[in-house]
Design a protein around this ligand. Structure first.
Ligand SMILES: [Zn+2]
Length: 280
């Protein structure tokens, strides 16, 4: 059931742009059991398209995988409080990529809690440092929401490891959705878990500098990781079986491959993409 729903959701995500919700800001949980995924792993923010999922790994200091947009700030702060922490206790935020819905809240951390460090892959770092509002989707998808430049404390490259306390966060570069998309892999409660951001289920756009060729290679790289659980950047549940993970990744591989065929048959489109790539 979950797998069927997931594949359906993937197809939607691929073709449909995320959007701002009109439901008001998301709220924190009442009980920490609501946000616990595994011992030491919590989902501390996330709501649909405008607040990407934020995962907190206790190392035992809190490390966040993504920090969402400012729309989810109160939810994030409230959930950290439930775990006994303030935002200033967060040691690192590791961004899966540089889109507004996944990392805009870093500007709020840096304003009031400057000890919190931010890491992002080299391929997306340039866009967040300069607050590129077209790349980040702040303009084209989220219609003029607030954003701000973000300072990068560590530039990540493929195969890097961020070690905090007793946990190693292994960085796998998976360009495609954006040039600097990554998958963060960690062993948590005996499981090999990957936080994938939009590397599997994201949408294709020239404004993201998406690349179907890179994406095909990245999806095959994710298949080879032999993961136990996968968390995507949007949606509720982990994908918690190897068969479901394979089905999800292969479904996106099919979608990306079709997109590539479309693109190859369209010369002006290819030309536009190559022009944009020169400006990278
Ligand atoms: Zn994205």
């Amino acid at each position: 059931m979950r797998a069927t729903l997931f594949v359906g959701a993937l197809v939607c995500l691929f073709v449909q742009a995320a959007a701002l919700s009109d439901e008001g800001a998301p709220k924190p949980a009442v009980d920490k059991k609501e946000i616990e995924q595994l011992p030491g792993l919590y989902k501390v923010a996330g709501r649909g398209g405008d607040v990407g999922n934020v995962y907190c790994v206790l190392t035992p200091e809190p490390v966040l995988i993504d920090c969402g947009s400012r729309v989810g700030w109160d939810q994030l702060v409230g959930n950290l409080k439930l775990l006994g922490f303030s935002p200033g206790d967060v040691r690192w935020v590791i961004a899966t990529h540089g889109h507004w819905d996944h990392m805009d809240a870093m500007a709020l951390f840096q304003k009031d809690f400057p000890s919190v460090k931010f890491a992002i892959h080299a391929g997306d770092a340039q866009f967040v440092i300069h607050d590129d509002r077209v790349f980040s989707c702040a303009e084209p998808l989220y219609k003029g929401v607030e954003s701000a430049p973000v300072k990068v404390d560590r530039i990540l490259l493929d195969n890097d490891t961020v070690t905090v306390g007793n946990t190693d966060f292994h960085i796998v570069h998976t360009p495609g959705h954006t040039p600097g998309s990554i998958v963060v892999v960690a062993q948590i409660a005996g499981k090999k878990i990957a936080f994938c951001g939009d590397s599997i289920a994201g949408y294709y756009s020239l404004l993201n500098r998406s690349s179907t060729i890179d994406w095909q290679i990245s999806l095959k790289k994710i298949l080879a990781l032999d993961l136990d659980w996968v968390y995507t950047g949007h949606g509720h549940d982990p994908v918690d079986s190897k068969d479901e993970i394979r089905a999800m990744v292969e479904s996106q591989l099919d979608a990306v491959t079709s997109k590539r065929k479309l693109q190859e048959s369209d010369e002006p489109y290819r030309g536009l993409e190559s022009e944009m790539r020169k400006g990278r």
